[in-house]
Design a protein around this ligand. Structure first.
Ligand code: MG
Length: 393
């Protein structure tokens, strides 16, 4: 080991099926304001200057979910319990072993770079380290229908990530292969190795129950107090299809119709209006500036990539898209039968829950170009939250 520049790996344990959470999709893959729960902590580790590499330990049933959520992430298949998954993850690092390893639960998305720094520094200084928060509430213990107050002096609640010497924690996991511990620091404790406490984050919550996604959203909102609104408007002309495989696209959905929208890309007027509204909220020009209609790369392009690009620009500023509203203005096709599919597709592109996406439609009572069925118009309003004190683009 070179103490001046030690190698530190991060292991993110994401093997859980989330039985206590009660959703069809495991909680670590649920949308949390722009990215899946897992990706929030994954990206903090990947971008941290002291972390050399990040390995995700997943459930064998979740390969597709992981590859969809984080296609670039390195992963290994875990075991039947958290402890087993950690042991298998540590074993997977053996071919190029780090000096230290930080073991983190994917269900804690809000880990900060500062906490990771404090843990790395503590580990480098020679002891295992865990983030902990002193208990300030009065604690009572229930026994035989009676409760009594416990002395809370010296009591802490403990979070992840937890930092260890790689060799030490790997040997402990091999030794205690058949025992069941609730965290990795407990293995150190069993052998009498010291564990240092570093100050934990009150917002480093563990997503356990359904209401915890809303709690995580509140903490993210607290980081992004600068609320912005952007508006977008777009029109494309309706024309007969040049070939039978040319489809009419609205809000990411192919709609059966005798006419299609004309344009350089797939001409999805709905996604274009939303993209412009996102760009407007961060004062970053318009869709034509980012994706020139003269550029052959965008010929026939799926407009979801335009919207994704605009959303990525929000993320780069540490911002969040929190609400999308789009209105489609046309006499035909009928929008209502496709509304839920459109909402689901926009939600998927932006990684937002459905209850933050509104799609509606209106006619112009036969008046104007939309009334004469010459084209379809769309307008959108998008709400974005940004952190205060960021560098302006
Ligand atoms: Mg357009």
């Amino acid at each position: 080991m070179t103490t001046s520049n030690p190698k530190i790996s991060a292991l993110i344990v994401a093997g859980g099926t989330g039985e206590r959470f009660g959703s069809a999709r495991p909680k670590q893959y649920l949308p949390l304001l722009g990215k899946p729960v897992l990706c929030w902590s994954l990206e903090v580790f990947q971008q941290h200057p002291l972390i050399s590499d990040v390995l995700v330990v997943i459930n064998p049933l979740h390969t597709e979910l992981l590859q969809h959520a984080a296609p670039q992430a390195k992963f290994v298949i875990g075991g039947s319990s958290r402890q087993d998954s950690v042991r298998l993850g540590l074993a997977a690092l053996k071919s190029s072993p780090p000096d230290f390893v930080l073991i983190h639960d994917a269900a804690r998305p809000l880990i900060s770079a500062d906490t990771i720094t404090a843990l790395c520094e503590a580990a480098i200084s020679g002891t295992s380290a865990i983030p902990a928060i002193a208990v300030t509430d009065t604690v009572r213990r229930k026994e035989n229908n009676m409760t009594r107050t416990e002395n809370r002096e010296g009591l802490y609640t403990v979070q992840t990530p937890q930092a260890f010497s790689y060799n030490l924690v790997t040997s402990l996991h091999e030794k205690y292969i058949d025992a069941a511990f609730t965290d990795d620091a407990a293995l150190c404790e069993a052998e009498g190795y010291p564990v240092q406490l570093v100050t934990g984050q009150p917002d480093n919550i563990k997503i356990t129950h359904a209401g915890d996604i809303a709690r995580a959203e509140q903490f993210l909102f607290a980081r992004c107090g600068d609320v912005r609104t952007g508006q977008g408007y777009d029109v494309h002309r309706l024309v007969p299809p040049a070939s039978p495989d040319r489809k009419l696209y609205l809000c990411g959905i192919a709609i059966p119709h005798d006419m299609v929208l004309e344009g350089h890309s797939d001409a999805d007027v709905g996604l274009h209006a939303i993209t412009d509204a996102v760009l407007a909220a961060i004062c970053n020009a318009d869709i034509g500036r980012h994706f020139s209609p003269k550029d052959d790369r965008w010929k026939g392009a799926d407009s979801s990539r335009f919207l994704r690009h605009a959303a990525d620009l929000v993320t780069k500023q540490g911002g969040l898209i929190t609400h999308v509203d789009v209105t489609l203005i046309c006499e035909a096709p009928k929008i209502d039968p496709h509304r839920e599919a459109m909402r689901a597709r926009i939600a998927e592109i932006l990684c937002l829950p459905l209850n933050r996406i509104s799609v509606k439609a209106t006619t112009t009572e036969g008046l104007g170009f939309t009334g004469r069925r010459e084209g379809i118009a769309a307008q959108s309003v998008v709400t974005v939250r940004l952190p205060f004190g960021r560098d302006e683009p």
